[in-house]
Design a protein around this ligand. Sequence first.
Ligand code: ZN
Length: 232
Amino acid sequence: MENSETTEEQKLALVQANREAGLIALAKLREPFPDNEISKLPKPTRAQSQCDVGQKIRCQICGGFHHPKVIHLDYVGHAALTKRLLDVDLAWNWEPLTYDDGGLPTFDSTGGLWIKLTVCGMTRLGYGHAPIKEGPGDRMKEVIGDALRNAAMRFGAALDLWHKGEFVNNGDEPKTSGTKTSLPPYDFEKNKETLKGFIENGRDIETLIASIQSKATLTIEQINEVRTWKKQ
Ligand SMILES: [Zn+2]
């Protein structure tokens, strides 16, 4: 009995050490992106999109062709994000949350996709969507890129851009103030006991937190409180 307890302790110590090394590496994901890795996304209003072609100009900011007063939002493109993920963890990986009967990723009824992003052994959920394109394959790739950005944001990647309210997902309306994620606050008090039950039943705490955060806003205090539960 004592032996197996020691082994269990050693295992826990190893898990803890790996976790700490992973957390140090993960902090690199949060470093600000250099200007040359930040792209500009034009976000025309409906009226600007539908304006007369004669009013449109070749834009010096994004290279697109649009109304001269369109605002641009900062975002980190797929290549820059992939480079950062590789810098942090060469073995980073993503996979869809679910597969359909044919073994392909399950896109939801609106064309969106839930993914699991794993970096340094830590997994968080992300959701992506994109407007309908000419070719369905193009849209899927954009949905995946959007889901990766969303999941990486849960690790803190490009969080400053999200904070400023400057970054929005393709297909969203421009938001010029407030937090752009605009997720509702999570009813923490009401769900506390349920969450504790999940954890008692062996649910991984970080995955649970990520799952809540993909749908609602948790405060730092609430996250820290959830993290104390495992010690009980
Ligand atoms: Zn432009």
